[in-house]
Design a protein around this ligand. Structure first.
Ligand SMILES: C[S@@+](CC[C@H](N)C(=O)[O-])C[C@H]1O[C@@H](n2cnc3c(N)ncnc32)[C@H](O)[C@@H]1O
Length: 206
């Protein structure tokens, strides 16, 4: 029997998450490491890089507006190469960063050591979103849910919310037919990049 998030293809059960993990440990790793770097990229990738930087800057500004980043614990769920975790740690937040891809985590660790010169903040782990536990002031999950089995996305948002004492910050796009087509065309540099806008869900203080 298939679990939710698995598909049957040519009579084989395909686990969406295993496919994503494999992608971000191989071709996806090369692609996204380049996009989230400062080397030469094609026009579509440059658009994605600029849009992503805007997202990171927006989230940093939201957290800095609180005035005391040094007192915050932050869970960066699906941290990629550390584009957000590293500046957050540099600003004093205590950051727990994790990702399903070992290669992305390895790259994030290297970048953190280069940028911050020390290894204990952020703390990095290779971990699936589902395995996350604990409590954090803020939980952030940027540009990850688009890669997550869509049938499970609502339950995952619920799970991430349960880890957040104060707020959950997410960016996502509903996986419609039009969006999937755009994404496919973008891999061949035929479509403009679409920027995901972050949303912040504040938890009420009782
Ligand atoms: C497009 S990157 C975004 C990285 C980072 N959040 C950022 O904004 O810089 C998507 C990341 O999500 C990770 N990812 C996808 N599915 C995941 C899952 N189920 N659990 C943890 N990480 C996941 C991928 O490995 C990849 O590093």
């Amino acid at each position: 029997m298939n679990t939710v998030g698995d598909k049957t293809l040519n009579n084989k059960t395909v686990d969406d998450k295993a496919v994503v993990q494999e992608y971000f440990n191989a071709t996806g790793f090369d692609r996204w490491r380049r996009i989230y770097g400062d080397g030469e990229v094609n026009k579509v990738q440059l658009d994605i890089r600029k849009g992503h930087q805007q997202t990171v800057d927006t989230v940093l500004a939201w957290l800095q507006a609180d005035g005391n980043l040094a007192s915050l614990t932050v869970c960066d769920a699906g941290c990629g190469v550390g584009s957000l975790s590293i500046p957050l740690a540099a600003a004093g937040a205590k950051v727990y960063a994790s990702d399903i891809s070992e290669k992305m985590v390895g790259e994030a660790q290297t970048r953190a050591e280069t940028a911050l010169g020390q290894a204990d903040n952020p703390t990095f782990a290779v971990q699936d979103l589902e395995a996350l536990s604990g409590h954090y002031h803020t939980v952030i999950c940027l540009d990850v849910l688009i890669h997550y089995p869509q049938e499970k996305a609502i339950a995952m948002i619920d799970h991430l919310s349960s880890l957040a004492d104060s707020r959950l910050i997410l960016s996502f796009a509903p996986k419609t037919f039009a969006y999937s087509l755009l994404k496919k065309l973008a891999t061949f540099s035929l479509a403009p990049a679409k920027q995901l806008v972050p949303i912040c869900i504040e938890k009420p203080t009782l």
